[in-house]
Design a protein around this ligand. Structure first.
Ligand code: COA
Length: 376
């Protein structure tokens, strides 16, 4: 008889950049940029040839999104109105790349928490919204830095990259192709954010997370059973970034705003909330889990309003911070890492047998659910 393999989450890891930008600092810089733009273009604006820019506000940002601050890898250039983008000295090919470096820090924490030696890991998936280069894969660089003998590859499903990575890792374990897989999500989202765009300049922050998915036979005594995973994609242009190797014009050059993150925020809100809530309820039914009895939901961190609505539809009542914790206020939207940060920071207090849900959603559209049960 074939041995059966059962995937679990053994541990997680988190890297948080030291620097953080408050809404007040962000708005001060943005509004200085707006004032300079309007002054520099005063004649053209008066002649009706150029549209004047409007100021941003702390109150709007907090009310519309729930975000109060965001961690970033490179604060000063982002706030410098002549740059408004992250910057650091270019690294040579002999130095570890930035995404790999922060991914390794998160991965090391996950390995340490599980008591796992890197040489016993079989595979590394680098699952994130933006890769630092086309190739070689970030995952292979992370694999080498950790001393893992196996294989690695990159995958990008935007904000759902981490949950898609967890299902992929779980499938490797189920099939017996791997017993221990690291899913690493270094999200330097400050690089794809248009810091000059009033509608979205407040959204994103930088972070890296890691999830160690393993066969239950080798997992530490305390772990999370993966009860079931479900993925869904539905094409939409409402969140889009046209940057790519066929259009090499610099994204910050005028006329190239579509080579950075752009979205129709209202449409995203309206279309994604019902899609994700239904997906969670359907998947709970398939797994014979009563969704109203979920102990905790670690939802994607894009907007407090979206999370409130989704949690309400699933739980059948207004969720409190204990049932649906938010990390948006201090991290902002960290793309695929958001639900993993929430799980990492707000999972320890759950008891043996408690059931929870990790859920992501975002560009594609894409959505992923991972139902888990605490063991130990
Ligand atoms: N400061 C002040 N006012 C602003 C502003 C800013 N930075 N940005 C926009 N506004 C104004 C708009 O001009 C508009 O004014 P009007 O009503 O006079 O036209 C008003 O605020 C509302 O703007 P709108 O863009 O409709 O805001 P919103 O309430 O939809 O909130 C988002 C914007 C982006 C926070 C919200 O739509 C959202 O989070 N959507 C989901 C996004 C998401 O999850 N994306 C996934 C990314 S991975």
């Amino acid at each position: 008889m074939q041995p059966t393999h059962h995937p679990v989450i053994s541990s997680t890891g988190l890297f948080t950049p030291q620097e953080s930008i408050s809404n007040a600092e962000l708005v001060e810089s943005f509004n200085a940029y707006v004032a300079k733009f309007n002054a520099d273009n005063a004649d053209a604006i008066a002649a009706g040839e150029v549209e004047s820019l409007s100021a941003s506000s702390v109150e709007f940002i907090e009310k519309a999104s729930g975000i109060k601050a965001r961690h970033v890898m490179s604060k000063a250039p982002i706030l410098d109105i002549d740059t408004m983008a992250p910057r650091w000295p270019e690294r040579s090919n002999d130095e570890i790349s930035v995404l790999a470096e922060i991914g390794v820090i998160a991965a090391k924490e996950a390995l340490e928490r599980a008591g796992r030696d890197a040489k016993d890991v079989d595979a590394v998936l680098c699952a994130a919204s933006n890769m630092e280069r086309a190739y070689p894969a970030m995952a292979i660089e992370i694999q080498q830095a950790l001393g893992i003998d196996g294989f690695g590859f990159d995958m990008n499903v935007a904000c759902s990259s981490a949950t898609f990575g967890i299902q992929t890792a779980a499938d490797y374990v189920r099939s017996g192709n791997a017993r221990s897989v690291l899913v690493v999500s270094p999200e330097i989202t400050s690089g794809h954010l248009n810091w000059r765009d009033r509608d979205s300049h407040f959204i994103f922050g930088d972070v890296a997370t890691a999830v160690l998915v393993e066969d239950s036979s080798i997992a530490p005594a305390q772990h999370w059973d993966i009860l079931g995973t479900k993925l869904k994609t539905v094409f939409s242009n409402n969140i889009r970034n046209n940057f790519g190797f066929l259009n090499r014009a610099h994204p910050e050059t005028a006329g190239n705003a579509d080579k950075l993150f752009v979205q129709e925020g209202r449409k995203v809100f309206k279309e994604v909330v019902p899609m994700v809530a239904q997906m969670i309820v359907d998947e709970a039914e398939r797994l014979e889990i009563d969704p109203t009895g979920l102990r905790r939901m670690w939802l994607h961190q894009a907007n407090t309003g979206m999370n409130r609505l989704i949690a309400h539809r699933v739980l059948g009542h207004e969720a409190n911070e204990d049932e649906s914790p938010t990390v948006l206020d201090s991290y902002g939207n960290t793309s695929s890492a958001g639900s993993i940060i929430a799980f990492h920071l707000h999972g320890a207090d759950l008891k043996d047998g408690d059931t929870g849900l990790i859920c992501s959603f975002g560009a594609g559209y894409s959505a992923g659910t991972v139902f888990v049960r605490k063991v130990g």
